[in-house]
Design a protein around this ligand. Structure first.
Ligand code: GSH
Length: 84
C-alpha cells in the first residue's frame, strides 16, 4: 500500500472508535496518520475545506476524502490489510 492514508477523527466519537478498532484488529495502525480535529485546528479546517463537511471519521486516501465509518472499515479490510 503506497497510498497516503490520513484519518481525521476525535477520540470520543463512537464512529471513529469503530474505525480505530478495525485498524487495531487488522494490525495497520502504522499505515495511517491520525489527525485529532479537536486538538489540531489546521486539520479541522482542512477537513471542512477539502472534505466538504465537518464529519468524522473521514479517511483521506491520497488527499481524497472517504466518509462513513462502515465504508472506511470496508476499505481498510479490502484494500489496506491485504496490501502487505
Ligand atoms: N454515519 C456516519 C456518522 C458519523 C457521525 O455522526 N459523526 C459525528 C461525530 S460522532 C459527526 O461528525 N457529526 C458532525 C456532523 O455529522 O456534521 C458514520 O458512520 O461515519
Amino acid at each position: 500500500m503506497n497510498k497516503q492514508l490520513d484519518l481525521y477523527y476525535f477520540p470520543s466519537c463512537p464512529y471513529c472508535r469503530r474505525v480505530l478498532s478495525a485498524m487495531e484488529r487488522l494490525g495497520i495502525n502504522d499505515k495511517i496518520t491520525l489527525y485529532n480535529i479537536h486538538q489540531d485546528r489546521d486539520a479541522d479546517q482542512r477537513l471542512v475545506s477539502v472534505g466538504g463537511k465537518r464529519q468524522v471519521p473521514c479517511l483521506f486516501i491520497d488527499g481524497k476524502p472517504l466518509y462513513e465509518s462502515a465504508d472506511i472499515v470496508a476499505y481498510l479490510e479490502d484494500t489496506v490489510a491485504h496490501a502487505g
